[in-house]
Design a protein around this ligand. Structure first.
Ligand code: PMP
Length: 428
């Protein structure tokens, strides 16, 4: 059947109607993405289609890891939904098969998994486990981090408590390490900062840290940082929790998990976002010993690990493996990064290009000497790219880092077209 051509006027009217309804029904504390509001009606692998007929290349939704509406994932979910959906207090094949599939990607001794419904829930559980296991209460996080929307995680997210509407200072049980940002502070001794910060924190339950920093501005941890931090926190009786919610599942191109090139095995690994390709799922993996530290108290999540979620999670793993998406992230990531580095040569607004695989950042500055952040320019750039059909967004403590973390199914042509559009917009 021929697709009906959308009528722009009708699309605009519908958008205005939906915006009005949102204003009535949704809290003002939820803002819209990409500047001018977008009315999206369909997802198709690396693309999102708007109601006015425009197709956007999505460079920012790392949740749709194997592509929006990936047919293999859709089919797996639909099939299982028609057969059985129950909870993990029953025995069914999918649960143990899926946990085993995930655990195979992790180093020993991280062999025991918990399945929950969101990254926030998974981080909460990881912290509860760390507190139960160590008997300590305090926590350490890194400046600029976001770990989730629950009460406890807002207190553990400097991105929130230091941001708009936040109370500014951490709670007394929260210790904050500086961002190991080698672009803004090239002279700093980051390992020493971690040592001092962790020594001053005293007895702690855990250091909760992303294996690559996302909200803090797409920052790679410096060499040796995670292993130094791990040994210091363990000396203080605490654990290392790696938050892989943004950077996991092969996105970094060389490994399934971003911590893997550091030589450190965390005590607890937290997975989320891409795990279900948009289906609400998350996981916590740890050692048998840590997993048994609730002293007999039951752990149960009504929806966590249900047969439909397991089928979907399994299908995501199938696609990552069959389509060799990790290698794709590596190759496309390096193509993208070298293109961005060329842009940096000719456009002074770009201060730094960084990241690994398909987790990249473009830091915009007003001045290459003072590194004065350029958040307004970054926002204008993102909006112009959106008008050119490419979805991006900004992050970082100064909101001046353009982040690139697309579905991993994009093509060489998508990368090349994007670089061309970026070049032309930056030249204006
Ligand atoms: N950890 C990190 C690093 C995140 O980026 C997020 C979400 N942006 C979370 C945890 C929380 O995940 P969720 O929104 O699924 O609760």
């Amino acid at each position: 059947m021929p697709v009906e051509k959308p009528q722009i006027g009708v699309a605009m009217e519908k958008l205005a109607e939906l915006l009005e309804a949102r204003n009535q029904l949704i809290s003002q504390s939820l803002s819209l993405a990409h500047g001018t509001p977008l009315h999206i009606v369909r997802g198709e692998m690396q693309y999102l289609h708007a109601s006015d007929g425009t197709r956007y290349l999505d460079l920012v939704n790392n949740v749709s890891h194997v592509g929006h509406c990936n047919p293999h994932v859709v089919e797996a979910g639909q099939r299982q939904m028609a057969v059985l959906n129950t909870n993990s207090r029953y025995v069914y094949d999918g649960l143990t098969e899926y946990l085993s599939r995930l655990s195979e990607t992790l180093p020993d001794p991280l062999g025991v998994g918990f399945l929950v419904n969101s990254g926030s829930e998974a981080n909460e559980l990881a912290i509860r486990l760390a507190r139960a296991y160590t008997g300590n209460y305090d926590m350490v996080v890194v400046e600029g981090a976001y770990h989730g929307h629950t009460g406890m995680l807002i207190d553990l997210s400097p991105y929130k408590f230091r941001g708009l509407g936040g109370k500014g200072e951490p709670e007394e049980w929260v210790h904050v390490l500086p961002i190991p940002d080698s672009y803004r502070r090239p002279e700093a001794d980051f390992l020493e900062e971690a040592r001092t910060g962790l020594r001053d924190s005293g007895q702690v339950a855990a250091l909760l840290v992303e294996s690559m920093l996302s909200c803090a501005g797409q920052i790679e941890l410096p060499d040796g940082y995670l292993s130094e931090a791990a040994s210091c926190v363990r000396e203080n009786g605490g654990l290392l929790i790696a938050d892989e919610v943004q950077v996991g599942f092969g996105r970094v191109g060389t490994h399934m998990w971003a911590f893997e090139n550091t030589g450190v095995v965390p005590d607890i690994v937290v997975m989320g976002k891409p795990i279900g390709n948009g289906h609400p799922m998350a996981a916590v993996f740890t050692t048998r010993e840590i997993a048994s530290s609730f002293g007999g108290m039951e752990f149960f999540s009504t929806f966590g690990g249900n047969p439909v979620s397991c089928a979907i999670g399994m299908a995501v793993m199938d696609v990552i493996e069959k389509d060799d998406l990790m290698a794709r992230a590596r190759d496309l990531g390096s193509r993208f990064k070298s293109g961005l580095n060329s842009l940096k040569e000719s456009h002074e607004l770009i201060g730094d290009v960084r990241g690994r695989g398909l987790f990249l950042g473009l830091e915009m500055v007003r001045d290459l000497e003072s590194l004065a952040p350029a958040p307004e320019e970054a926002a204008v750039f993102v909006n112009r790219m959106r008008n050119a059909g490419v979805l991006l967004s900004t992050d970082g403590v100064y909101h001046n880092v353009v982040k690139i973390k697309p579905p991993m199914v994009l093509s060489e042509k998508d990368v090349d077209d994007t670089l061309e559009k970026m070049d032309s917009i930056l030249s204006r």
